[in-house]
Design a binder for this molecule. Structure first.
Ligand SMILES: [Zn+2]
Length: 143
């Protein structure tokens, strides 16, 4: 079941520039005059090895990590519901990932570092718009 974004929130999906490269969901708060970056989830997939890897979860001031993380992780896991998922960085968000994976019946392995395709896909800084040369981001409604 998906939850609708509140009217002052917009989720943008940034597709990967190659299959195992970074993809991300960026949350913007649009209540003010200018959209404010409020959260980011970065993940990668490898179809061949059937692995998914969460690279980074971050939130801006005023956004709850567990709330954003839960919604964004659900979106990411939809890309590979039968894959084995892991997280590259040991942060508090790994517990959220573990919980969401358990809720959805998706396999989770804490000690996986991603296959060689995923490791090779870690190229550039996903949070730097200047280095993001993937396909155009698009509005994501099903979050
Ligand atoms: Zn692979």
């Amino acid at each position: 079941m998906s939850e609708a974004a509140t009217p002052s929130q917009v989720f943008m999906y940034h597709p990967p520039r190659s299959p195992a490269a970074y993809r991300q969901i960026v949350l913007y708060n649009t209540a003010g005059k200018k959209p404010v970056h409020a959260g980011r989830l970065v993940w990668q997939l490898c179809e061949r090895c059937r692995q998914g890897s969460v690279y980074e979860i971050s939130v801006g001031k005023g956004t709850r990590l567990d709330h954003f993380g839960r919604r964004a992780i659900k979106r990411a896991l939809r890309d590979g519901p039968s894959f084995t998922w892991s997280m590259t960085q040991e942060t508090a968000a790994i517990e959220t990932l573990r919980e969401v994976a358990a809720d959805l019946g998706v396999a989770f392995a804490a000690d996986l570092d991603g296959c060689r395709h995923i490791r090779a896909g870690r190229d550039g800084d996903p949070s730097d718009p200047e280095s993001w040369d993937g396909p155009r981001p698009r509005l994501e409604r099903e979050i």
